[in-house]
Design a protein around this ligand. Structure first.
Ligand code: UD1
Length: 338
């Protein structure tokens, strides 16, 4: 059965491609490589022994996307394609609204035209906003993201829910990711951010590899056990497995289901730094600085719905996540660049 992964050459998309191939799906990747590399396709082949079909297209371009549906009998779509930098979204909001909404709308329209009715969306725990309190449960009200990137996730969730109401054949799973880190244990694929990383783990691994001097810890005066921010870090391979289960589910049901993908466990910034130091044997120089605007104190999932509906739960612990992130970074100090 053929499944299209838009943005399938990215960090989460590439790990999901591996998991989908291993689960027996025929994987087709559409990616414009604006924030990823063609080498990812070779690496997916090296891991799985199967080369996914690859189209270098912008999925917001209907004329480029339609031939992909014409040439393949696509039964489901996992939609990752979109911009993902929080600070950039605050600086250039129109770029984020235009791109993230256009890609989602075009994919949904073309799916309808080609009678493809299973949709899995790459959403984010950011939709829970600043007013809910952890653990975040899917039944909580959403609606107050702190930045335009997060607002695009909220808007697309709404679009998908409305589309499912209007089209009774359509089935969607809205996967609300917590904080994906780690890398494939082979060290062949991993996170390769452009420029200075915004997120914690790639920053730590770049300090470890000597590309950055030290980690800035954004605030130690939060109401948490050690004062630093608490997040629900999840291994990207577990997250990828969640997509396989979500697609299996979407192919058998109709309607829209928001589902958290997290471990249900919170770890502080300093917990992550310590776990990384233990896993890598490398001390991480750090400095406490002011809080980062828009950050919340504590964010972790109630992970019970994924267990109930998808029979999915995370298997890797924080130590594995750190070991695998480090394995990827030390084998690929410049990511996919030579
Ligand atoms: C961020 C985004 C979220 C997005 C997710 C994608 C914000 C406010 N949220 O989540 O919308 O879905 O990335 O992965 O940007 N930290 C440091 N020093 C650093 C970097 C981070 O101390 O150099 C701290 C942060 O304050 C936070 C934790 O580490 O407590 C995790 O930060 P990060 O990896 O950026 O993820 P989120 O902010 O949770």
């Amino acid at each position: 059965m053929s499944v299209l992964l838009t943005g399938g050459a990215g960090f989460i998309g590439s790990h999901t491609a591996v998991a989908m191939i291993e689960a027996g799906y025929d994987v087709i990747i559409a990616d414009d490589l604006s924030n990823s590399s063609l080498k990812v396709i070779d690496r997916i082949e090296a891991i799985t022994g199967t080369r996914p079909a690859f189209y270098r297209i912008d999925v917001a371009d209907r004329a480029a996307l339609e031939p992909v549906f014409q040439s393949n009998r696509i039964e489901g779509v996992i939609h990752f394609a979109g911009f993902k930098s929080v600070p950039e979204s605050t600086r250039i909001p129109l770029k984020y609204y235009r791109n993230n909404l256009d890609t989602a709308l075009t994919v949904l329209e073309v799916m309808e035209d080609y009678d493809c009715s299973a949709f899995v969306f790459s959403s984010s725990a950011t939709v829970y906003g600043e007013t809910n309190e952890a653990p975040f449960v899917e039944t909580m009200p959403t609606g107050s993201a702190t930045n335009p990137y997060g607002t695009t996730k909220l808007m697309i969730e709404q679009i998908v829910m409305d589309a499912c109401k209007a089209n009774e054949k359509l089935s969607a799973v809205l996967l609300r990711y917590f904080n994906p880190i780690g890398a494939h244990p082979s060290g062949l694929i991993g996170e390769a951010p452009n420029g200075i990383p915004n997120n914690l783990m790639p920053y730590i691994t770049q300090v470890a590899v000597g590309q950055r001097d030290h980690l800035s810890v954004y605030g130690d005066d939060y109401p948490t056990p050690d004062g630093t921010g608490v997040r629900d870090y999840i291994h990207v391979v577990d997250l990828a497995e969640g997509h396989v289960k979500a697609m299996d589910y979407a192919l058998r049901h109709t309607g829209a289901e928001p589902i958290n993908l997290g471990t249900g466990q919170g770890s502080s910034v300093l917990d992550v730094v310590t776990a990384f130091e233990e896993a890598s044997g490398i001390p991480i120089k750090r400095e406490i600085v002011a809080r980062r605007p828009g950050d919340i104190a504590v964010c972790y999932a109630d992970a019970s719905k994924a267990k109930r509906l998808l029979n999915w739960e995370a298997k890797y612990d924080l130590r594995d996540m750190c070991a695998h992130s480090w394995n990827w970074q030390k084998n690929n100090p410049k990511g996919y660049d030579d």
